[in-house]
Design a protein around this ligand. Sequence first.
Ligand code: GLU
Length: 466
Amino acid sequence: MTKVTRFAPSPTGALHIGGVRTALFNYVYAKQNKGKFLIRIEDTDLERSTREFETNILQGLSDLGINPDEPPVRQSERSDLYQKAVNQIIESGNAYYCNCSKERLDEMRAAQQSKGLKPQYDGKCRNLALEADASNVLRLKTPQEGELIFHDLVRGEVIFKNSELDDLILLRSDGTPTYHLCNVIDDYEQKVTTVVRGEDHLSNTPRQIHIQNALGYPSLEYAHLPMVLGPDKKRLSKRNAVTSLQDYFDQGYLESSMINMLARLGWSKGDKEIFYIEDLISDFRIQEVQKAGAIFDSVKLDWINNHHLAALSFDDFEKRLMPFLKVVGIDCSQKSNGKDIITAMRSSQPTLLGVAKDLVPYFSSLSSYDEKAANKFLRGSESVLEFVQRKLNGLETWNEESIDKVLKDAQTSLSLPTPKLNQPIRIAMTGSTQSPSLGLTLSLFDVAEVNHRINAALEYLANNSS
Ligand code: GLU
C-alpha cells in the first residue's frame, strides 16, 4: 500500500524547530517509501490561528524543499466532512449527548483529584439518551474495560488501559467538532497511512484510535518522535533556544544545514554527521529513531553549517552571501578584488551573517579597534609598525608571497615572537586579531591602503598613550 504521511501544524505560532523536525521525518519517510507527503493546516482554534502563521509555516517548509504532494488543506474549510462523520457516529450508537454543567464537571474533577485519582468524566449521561440541544456536548462512548494496544514504529508496543480514557468530547455545545475528531476524520479522508508526530501526542493516540474504531476506519501506523530539548535538557522553547526557523535563516544558516541538524535530532547513522536530503531519503530508518529526548545543540549546528558552506561552489557561496552583505552595508562591486576577499574570508565564521560582518573592515574604512586586542598588542608597537611599513613600501611586487617574505625577514631582524610582530599589524588592518594569514590579509589591500591604516594606528597610539 502506498504510504501517505502528513504534517498537521496548528497555525498558532511561527514555524519552530520541533515542527520542522516532524515535517522532515514525515517527508523523508514518505519519499523513501515512494509515497506521498501531505500538509494539513489544523486551524480549528479560530481564536489563536492566523493566516500569517499559516503562511510562515508553509513558506519555511517550502524554503527547506519540504513540499507537499498535494495542495495543503485547512480544517476550517472541511466542516461538511466532519458533520457527515458525526452523523455516522451518532447513528452507530457510539456517541451520546451530555448536558453536565461546567460546575458539575469542575466539582467532579476536584473531588477525583483530592482522592489522588486521575480526573475524568464519570459517564453520568452515558445511558440517558439525551437529545441534541444547544447546551449539550456530544461524547464518544469509549470502551470501559480492557486495553488499547498499538504498535509504534519508534516505541514498540504501547498499552493504555481503557478505564483511564474518559468519554471524550466530539462536538462542543456550539456544535463545532473538537481537535481529536477532525484529526481522525482528516487522516481517513486524506488516506493517510502513517502518523509521525511528537511524543507529546502519544496519549492522544488511544483516544483517536477509539474514534477511528467507532467510525469503522482502518488503523494507522504510528511513530511518536522524541521531544526536542534545549541545552538545559528542558523542552525546547523560546526560553532556552532560538526556536523560529526564520531566525536561523536570518543568521545565515543554510537550509541544507537546518535539515542536516534536524535529522540528527533523535536519529543517527554510525559516526556520519553530514547529511543532505538525498542521503536521508536513502539512509533514514524510522525504526532507528531513539526514544530519549534529543538535545538541540547550537555549537553542533555551527559545525554543520561550516561544512555545508564549505561545500558550496564560489558562485553559490557568493550568491548566498549577497543578502547578508547588504545587511551589513557592503557593496562588493566597489573593490576590484572583492572575490579574492570573499574567498579568503569565506570560512571565517560559521554563519553567512558572521562572514559578512567579518568582511566589513575589508570594504569600509576602520572606525575602531577591538579594545582588548589594542591594549594587548597595539600599545607599544610603534617601532614594529614603522619597521614593517618601511619594508612593505620597498616592495616591487605586491602579493602574498612577497609580503610573507617581508614579514619573515622583519621577524628575524627584530627577534620578535610571531604574535608581537603580526598582531599589531593585523589590528591596524582589520581592527581585530582575527584574520586569515597576515600575508594574505595584507595582500587583500593595496599599498596605499596599508600605509593609510598603519598611519592611522600610529596616530591612534600617539593620541592614546597613557
Ligand atoms: N495539530 C497538531 C499540532 O500542531 C498535530 C496533530 C497531529 O500531528 O496529529 O501539534
